[in-house]
Design a protein around this ligand. Structure first.
Ligand code: KIV
Length: 273
């Protein structure tokens, strides 16, 4: 007999229906325990390929594999109940053809149970987005700064700083939206451009360093908690957990070295928080 969860998980159509409505709250998470905290407050949890840089200390997201995304996607699904979980498709898993994209996305969805995938890119990916959406894969688009393109763009600089580039980014956003994406991340673009795109596309935009006018916002959890060594300038810090964690580790090391480490009581057991 299966036990049904009492909490209904949000779906891609639920998020799609939020265009122009209550702002969408989104954060990244890569683990079951942070996912359970984020789940209480967020509508969308993104298992971002930023995990390569945040969890693994990589310089870019380019080396991240499909297996890494599936492992952490599964953990986030186990830790959450209500939020829509979106898993990033990593570099090399979707660009070669729409068929390759479908096979990779199907693996992600079957093996993690997530509700949607995210792809980086605009017009050049429109056909792929349509192919996936028509076959039951909800797609979140991602335009503006696309970090997987770091080796061709050269740096993680904001996009659309020069107004002459706006047309191309707007065209990317509209192509992905017309192709059937249910929402769109806009990363690191000039504020008026983020605002304009939000007014132009019928799907919710989720900004990261884009514009407060977007239909929702997303941040990398570790960046807003003060746990990442390098953080983009636009990130507002809502916590400064690094020093607290370091103080706890140093207190523990001191206890062990001075033999002040508490031994077990008479009975072993797990202490409740
Ligand atoms: O990988 C990621 O965390 C992302 C967000 C920054 C949007 O794509």
């Amino acid at each position: 007999m299966s036990v049904q969860s009492e909490v209904r998980r949000l779906t891609a159509p639920d998020i799609r229906a939020r265009k122009g409505g209550e702002p969408i709250v989104a954060l990244t998470s890569y683990h079951a325990h942070t996912a359970s905290l984020v789940d209480k407050y967020c509508d969308v949890i993104l298992v971002g390929d930023s995990l390569g840089m945040v969890m693994h200390g990589l310089e870019t997201t380019v080396p991240v594999t499909l297996d890494m995304m599936i492992l952490q996607g599964h953990a986030v699904m186990r830790g959450s109940q209500r939020a829509l979980v979106v898993v990033d498709m990593p570099f090399g898993s979707y660009e070669a053809s729409k068929e390759q994209a479908f096979m990779s996305a199907a693996r992600v969805m079957k093996e993690t149970g997530c509700g949607a995938v995210k792809l980086e890119g605009g017009r050049r990916l429109a056909e792929t987005v349509a192919f996936l959406a028509e076959r039951g894969v909800p797609v979140m688009g991602h335009v503006g700064l696309t970090p997987q393109a770091i080796n061709t763009i050269g740096s993680f600089r904001a996009q659309g700083r020069d107004e002459k580039d706006w047309g191309r980014i707007e065209d990317d956003a509209k192509s992905v939206s017309d192709a059937g994406a249910f929402s769109l991340v806009i990363e690191a673009v000039a504020e008026p451009l983020g605002r304009r795109i939000t007014g132009q596309v019928p799907i919710p935009t989720i900004g990261i360093g884009a514009s407060a006018a977007c239909d929702g916002q997303i941040l990398v959890l570790e960046d807003m908690l003060g746990l990442s060594p390098r953080v983009p300038k636009f990130v507002k810090r809502y916590g400064d957990l690094g020093p607290g964690i370091e103080a706890a580790i140093s207190g523990y090391a001191k206890d062990v070295r001075s033999r002040a480490f508490p031994g077990p009581d008479h009975v072993y057991g797990m202490r409740k928080k």
